[in-house]
Design a protein around this ligand. Structure first.
Ligand SMILES: Nc1ncnc2c1ncn2[C@@H]1O[C@H](COP(=O)(O)OP(=O)(O)OP(=O)(O)O)[C@@H](O)[C@H]1O
Ligand SMILES: [Mg+2]
Length: 447
């Protein structure tokens, strides 16, 4: 027994020699993580606590017992051990681990739903209101959901909200980032593996799909999965079955899949990098979270909400934010979306004295510079080094602005000229002077 990896031991206690317990005590030393179950003819109440403590016994079963009862108990024990493992793995994301704990407490779940508009998603824009309405309807079905949106738009938050509003809310929600594991590790994380399936596979692993049976699995960054994984996943979505790595038999699990991607999957399908059939399966329902810059009205409510959140966390009394600072936030285009706003607010709260309000001075430079009517300079290259006099630098930037305007107007000269405040002839002169050609128009348009 010392040589192998043992998941569980069922030992029978015989009176009066008591060997069953001695054996389990030894097991505890050699295999501390093994699940120990003791079966006894007569359970003596006075002894039972001592027995359980001595050998760290998972459960004591008294006669008469049914084989099925033991088998079910083993199944539960193995499941909860797997869940504990997953939980440890996930708990570095403390806030999200919190959410799992909350769910186990019904009254807290209700409190959560009352405090926020859609679980933890805060918003006031019409576009988000519409999306969350759609999401509530999606939650009521059991269809797979595909969530798309730029980084930091709240895809994971949305996935958790969907689960919480679904019929599976009492069951577990498990998340897996598909982008961060190698193919084989991802296979065994999701489907489990048999002992010895590969080097280092010392024990059986249950895997996410069986562990979340009855619940929801969130597959983040789904666009990153390999072609092999795409096939396995398609099979699971079609048949509800999967094969643990190294196993011969297929297993079944009833989980709802929510997937997320920050790149449009349809585009990857067009490029032949993602299976079309899998795309259609995943997209039982589709939710597209708009970037923050397309819903600037949310910036205000989010900022207020986040100031309160971080002021409470750091026990500071931050009274609010000045109108001017808020104005600058609203003009900024937040390429990192809500996550970027959240980081900004967290930093500002930390820098603001207790009892004070946040002012423009606390904003980070890029945001402090944003003004209404100012086109921000993303996508514009600034030259550096010798030879770039003021005149040459200005011309360099001018050429890029002209090229961008032409691109925006699909090379319609009249319209581009109007936007730039130039005459047609003036624009044509600049095009000639800077040697701007349509063929070299490689600009990626800003926003
Ligand atoms: N509407 C919102 N209300 C409150 N907080 C939000 C909202 N949207 C996003 N957040 C917060 O912004 C951060 C990023 O959200 P989340 O992790 O869900 O984004 P994501 O779309 O999964 O990003 P990525 O693609 O980079 O993984 C989180 O801290 C989340 O709490
Ligand atoms: Mg995410």
């Amino acid at each position: 027994m010392e040589a192998g990896d043992i998941d569980a031991v069922v030992s029978e206690q015989h009176y009066p020699d008591g060997r069953g317990v001695d054996f389990l005590k030894q097991m505890r030393v050699v295999h501390p993580n093994t699940i120990r179950i003791l079966v006894m003819e007569t359970v003596r109440r006075d002894e039972i606590v001592k027995l359980i403590n001595d050998a760290a016994i998972y459960q004591v079963v008294g006669a008469p017992w049914e084989p099925e009862q033991i088998s079910l108990m083993l199944k539960r024990a193995l499941e909860s051990r797997e869940l504990a493992r997953r939980h440890r793995y996930l708990s570095h994301e403390l806030k999200f681990a919190d959410a799992v704990l909350h769910r186990q407490n019904d009254s807290m779940t209700r409190a959560l739903q009352e405090t926020y508009e859609f679980d933890k998603l805060v918003f006031c824009s019409n576009s988000m209101a519409k999306l969350c309405n759609q999401a509530k309807k999606a939650a009521a079905t059991d269809l797979p959901v595909l969530i798309e949106g730029e980084t930091g738009t709240g895809k994971e938050l949305m996935a958790r909200a969907l689960h919480l509003f679904s019929a599976r809310s009492k069951q577990i929600f498990l998340a897996q980032n598909c982008g961060e594991l190698s193919d084989s590790l991802l296979q065994s994380e999701l489907f489990g593996h048999k002992r010895g399936a590969f080097t280092g596979a010392v024990g059986n692993r249950l895997g996410l799909f069986p562990a979340a049976d009855g619940g929801t699995v969130f597959l983040d960054e789904i666009s990153d999965i390999s072609p092999v994984m795409q096939v396995s996943l398609l099979r699971f979505l079609q048949e509800g079955e999967f094969k643990p790595v190294g196993a011969d038999q297929t297993h079944h699990s009833n989980v709802r899949i929510i997937a997320a991607s920050n790149r449009p999957l349809s585009q990857l399908v067009e490029e032949g990098r993602f299976r079309r059939d899998l795309y259609y399966r995943l997209r039982g329902l589709e939710l597209k979270i708009p970037p923050l810059r397309e819903r600037p009205e949310d910036i205000q409510v989010l900022t207020d909400y986040l100031i309160k959140k971080y002021a409470e966390k750091s026990s500071r009394r931050v009274v609010g934010i000045s109108a001017e600072a808020m104005q600058r936030l609203k003009c900024y285009d937040f390429p990192g979306n809500v996550r970027e706003l959240e980081n900004e607010v967290r930093r500002m709260v930390a820098m603001t004295e207790s009892g004070a309000i946040i002012t423009v001075d606390q904003l980070s430079p890029e945001i402090a510079q944003s003004r209404p009517g100012l086109q921000n300079l993303r996508g514009i290259e600034l030259p550096q080094g010798e030879g770039f006099t003021l005149k040459r630098t200005v011309e360099f930037i001018e050429a890029q602005l002209v090229r961008q305007a032409l691109h925006r107007h699909h090379w319609n000269h009249s319209r581009a000229a109007r936007e730039l405040g130039l005459s047609r002839v003036g624009l044509d002169n600049k095009i000639r002077r800077y040697g701007i050609e349509r063929a070299t128009d490689g600009v990626t348009q800003n926003g």
